[in-house]
Ligand binder design. Structure first.
Ligand SMILES: [Zn+2]
Length: 203
């Protein structure tokens, strides 16, 4: 096992940015909520309990949050998606799951592998193209409408270390097979998770 892939190089306040950019404080945001099947490497399908995934989940799905009254709410279609880290657009693919944006970051591990972030089930609305430079927190895409009624609109996030000899330009989720040159790791290890960015006022 590559221990570098498990060791966070730096933390992003991405989940707080998602709250702030989408003004979820005004909707009583309290905390993000994840079904088991939304988590990294889960074999569960969270939108259909009778089935299992064919491969471990390559990332984390984000869409539910609990409000201060403990009600479950959703981000929904067209929610703003901020960049996790600064970097540049290195690939956009359109396949059976919709559109996926891939950013490459100026972050490398000791093996010389570059850190990538993937944003899937999104719509970039043609606002970003190959080599576009991105600053942390820039809005890079929006949650896309779903094509199947059984699936809820959500953001799939993946984080991976890529070897210099892996060509990301041909990547899509259909032809992708597990390859040690593209090593997915748990996105939650890169987030400063657990902080609630919404101010609370006592009466
Ligand atoms: Zn997913």
């Amino acid at each position: 096992m590559n221990m570098n892939a498990l060791k966070p190089v730096m933390l992003s306040n991405f989940l707080d940015q998602l709250v702030i950019q989408n003004e979820l404080c005004q909707h009583g945001f309290d905390s993000w909520f994840f079904h088991e099947g939304m988590c990294f490497q889960s074999m569960e399908i969270w939108w259909n309990n009778s089935k299992k995934r064919s491969m471990p989940h390559e990332g984390v799905d984000v869409c539910f949050y609990a409000d201060i009254d403990h009600e479950l709410k959703m981000l929904g279609t067209d929610a703003d998606i901020p960049a996790i880290f600064s970097g540049e657009c290195i690939h956009i693919c359109k396949d059976f799951i919709g559109e996926t944006l891939v950013l490459g970051h100026d972050i490398y591990n000791s093996a010389g592998h570059q850190l990538l972030t993937f944003y899937a089930h999104v719509d970039t609305k043609n606002t970003i193209s190959l080599n576009t430079r991105i600053i942390t927190g820039d809005i890079i895409a929006w949650i896309a409408p779903v094509s199947k009624p059984s699936v809820l609109p959500h953001l799939h996030l993946s984080v991976a270390w890529i070897s210099p000899d892996y060509s990301i330009s041909t990547f899509d989720w259909k032809t992708y097979h597990h390859d040690s040159r593209l090593q997915f790791c748990n996105p939650m290890n890169f987030f400063s998770y657990g902080l609630n960015p919404c101010p609370r006022f006592s009466e």
